[in-house]
Design a protein around this ligand. Structure first.
Ligand SMILES: C[S@@+](CC[C@H](N)C(=O)[O-])C[C@H]1O[C@@H](n2cnc3c(N)ncnc32)[C@H](O)[C@@H]1O
Length: 355
C-alpha cells in the first residue's frame, strides 16, 4: 500500500505498472463489473469530485469534506483509481484525472447525473433479471413494479425521475447545439419536438431561427420543468407552445418539421404508434427528423450495447442499427431522404411524409 508513511512505489498503483491480466483474471474483473459501477455511484453521491480542487488532497481532508470515514474512503478511491478515475499520488494524496473531473457537478461536460442514472436503484433490481428478459424478449420493470417504466418513474420514484431529467438535461444540452447546427430549417416556419424532454433542442432551434415558432410535447411532469427559456417570462416563451401529453395516444400539434430524438427506443408497437401520430399530425410533405444512437455506427460498442440491454430491461426496447431504424421508418410510411451524423454518437434520419 502506498501511504504517506510507507515506502514509495516508483509509479502509483493502477497507473499502468501492471501488464494486461490473463483471460482468467480479466473474466473475474468483468464478472465484478457491478463493483466498479457501485463505486462510481458512491463517489458521485458522496460528491468527492466536487470536494477536490486542482491541488491533490490527503484522504483525511477529503473524508472530512464529504462527511465519510477516511479508511473506507481510501478503499473506495483506490478502487476507482484502478480505472483512471482519480489518481493516487506517491505521497498518498489523491488528484483529479480527466475522468474524475467529469464527475464534478460544475464541469461543463459533467457526467455526474448520467453516472447516477446508469446506476439508479431500479437498475440493481432489474439487471439480475436480464436472462429472463432475453428469454421472453420483454421488459422486466412491469413485473417488478406493476406498471410501465415511465409511469413507475414519475409516480413512484420521484428522486429517480429527477436524476433522469437532470441526466437528460446534461446530455441534451450538450447535443442540442449540435442538432441545431446540423439542421437546415430555412423555409420552415414551425418546429415541434416530440418527447423533447425539457426542450433544449427546440430552444436551440428557436434561437437559431428568430422567426420560427416551436412546440414541445412530453409527459406532464417533464414539461412542468421545461428549460426556463421556454417557460412564462423566458426569452423564447412567446414563440413556444408547451403540450403535456403522450405521443403514443395523440400528437395534437401542427408543424412543418417534427423532431423525434432518442424516443423510438421502446417496444415496436409504441414506435409504430408514435410515428403514425406524427404522420397524421403533420400531413403530406411534413418533414420528420428522427435522431438516434446507432449500435452499428458508434465509437463505443461497450457503452451502446450496455444502453441497449438497459432499454430491454426497462421499456422492452432497443438501440437501433441503421437498418432496423430504416425498416421502422419505412414501414410507418415515411420516405427517408438523408441519414447524417449529428456527432460521432448520434445520427439524424431526415424523412418526409409522402404527398
Ligand atoms: C431519452 S429521453 C429523450 C429526451 C429528448 N428528446 C432528448 O433527446 O434529450 C426520452 C423522453 O421521452 C419522454 N417520454 C417517454 N414516454 C413518453 C410518451 N409516452 N409521450 C411523450 N414523451 C414520452 C420522456 O419523458 C423523456 O423526456
Amino acid at each position: 500500500m502506498t501511504t504517506a508513511h510507507s515506502p514509495k512505489l516508483s509509479t502509483p498503483p493502477g497507473q499502468g505498472t501492471q501488464p494486461s491480466p490473463p483471460p482468467s483474471m480479466r473474466l473475474r474483473e468483468l464478472a465484478f463489473g457491478a463493483a466498479c459501477a457501485a463505486a462510481l455511484r458512491a463517489v458521485a453521491r458522496l460528491g468527492v469530485a466536487d470536494a477536490l480542487g486542482e491541488q491533490p488532497l490527503p484522504v483525511a481532508d477529503l473524508a472530512a469534506a464529504v462527511k465519510a470515514e477516511p479508511k473506507p474512503l481510501r478503499r473506495l478511491l483506490r478502487a476507482v483509481s484502478c480505472y483512471g478515475v482519480f489518481a493516487e499520488q506517491e505521497d498518498g494524496t489523491f488528484a483529479h484525472t480527466e475522468m474524475s473531473r467529469l464527475l464534478r457537478e460544475d464541469d461543463p461536460h459533467s457526467l455526474r447525473y448520467i453516472t447516477l442514472w446508469c446506476t439508479e436503484a431500479w437498475t440493481w433490481d432489474a439487471w439480475p433479471k436480464l436472462d429472463e428478459a432475453v428469454r421472453t424478449g420483454r421488459n422486466v420493470v412491469e413485473e417488478l413494479y406493476g406498471k410501465e417504466f415511465f409511469v413507475y418513474l414519475n409516480e413512484d420514484a420521484p428522486e429517480s425521475a429527477d436524476v433522469f431529467n437532470r441526466a437528460m438535461t446534461t446530455s441534451s444540452r450538450q447535443s442540442a447545439q449540435e442538432v441545431a447546427a446540423l439542421l437546415d430549417l430555412s423555409g420552415a416556419s414551425s418546429v415541434a419536438d416530440i418527447g423533447g424532454g425539457q426542450g433544449h433542442v427546440v430552444a436551440s432551434l428557436l434561437e437559431k431561427y428568430p422567426d420560427m415558432r416551436g412546440t414541445l410535447l412530453d409527459l406532464p411532469r417533464v414539461v412542468e420543468n421545461a428549460d426556463p427559456r421556454l417557460l412564462p417570462g423566458g426569452a423564447l416563451a412567446d414563440r413556444v407552445r408547451i403540450v403535456p401529453g403522450d405521443c403514443r395516444e395523440d400528437i395534437p400539434v401542427t408543424a412543418d418539421v417534427y423532431i423525434i430524438k432518442n424516443i423510438l427506443e421502446w417496444d415496436d408497437e409504441s414506435t409504430a404508434r408514435c410515428l403514425r401520430n406524427v404522420i397524421e399530425a403533420g400531413g403530406p410533405k411534413a418533414r420528420v427528423v428522427v435522431i438516434e444512437n446507432l449500435v452499428d455506427d458508434t465509437p463505443s460498442m461497450r457503452f451502446s450495447t450496455a444502453m441497449d440491454l438497459l432499454l430491454l430491461l426497462n421499456v422492452g426496447g432497443a438501440k437501433h442499427t441503421t437498418r432496423s431504424m430504416e425498416e421502422r421508418l419505412t414501414a410507418a410510411g415515411l420516405v427517408i431522404d438523408e441519414i447524417s451524423p449529428v456527432n460521432p454518437y448520434l445520427h439524424a434520419f431526415d424523412c418526409t411524409v409522402p404527398a
